[in-house]
Write a new protein. Structure first.
Length: 151
């Protein structure tokens, strides 16, 4: 399966964009009401937890922090939450987020790779990353998210 690669430009500093991906206010806004639970140390676990199939503390995705350089780079393995797939532990991919200053803006590159053959979430993920990144861009620039009609 091919890697998923997205590059966008955000009219905000890397620090402002970074907050969207790691601080509760930002993650709740762009990751469906979820917060990121981790200490950000390489080798540590992480999980996005929020409202969903299992109530208010549904684990949507989980994995292990691979790299973490504040305001610059974050990489982690990712599995779908247990309530989404019975074989969730086998369905590991890698997500890498890189922020680079470009004038007063930020170049954001997200790569989601290492897809195992036949991963059942590939097509859905390919469609949802552009929406998540667009909402993150809007949130960093305006403090609001886009309304895609998700509840």
């Amino acid at each position: 399966m091919e890697e998923l690669r997205y590059t966008i430009y955000v009219n905000a500093s890397p620090e402002e964009v970074w907050k969207v991906f790691v601080e509760p206010e930002g993650t709740r806004a762009v990751f469906f009401g979820s917060v990121l639970e981790t200490d950000f140390k390489p080798g540590s676990s992480f999980r996005y937890v929020g409202p969903g199939n299992d109530g208010e503390r549904t684990v949507h995705v989980y994995g292990e922090v691979l790299e973490f350089e504040p305001n610059v780079r974050m990489s982690y393995t990712e599995h779908p939450g247990p309530s989404y797939r019975d074989n969730h532990a086998e369905l590991e991919t890698r997500v890498t987020l890189v922020l680079e200053p470009v004038g007063s803006a930020t170049k954001l590159t997200l790569v989601n790779d290492r897809w195992p053959d036949g991963h059942p979430s590939y097509d859905n993920t390919r469609e949802s990353w552009p929406m998540i990144l667009s909402s993150a861009k809007t949130f960093a620039e305006t403090g609001k998210t886009m309304d895609f009609g998700w509840s």
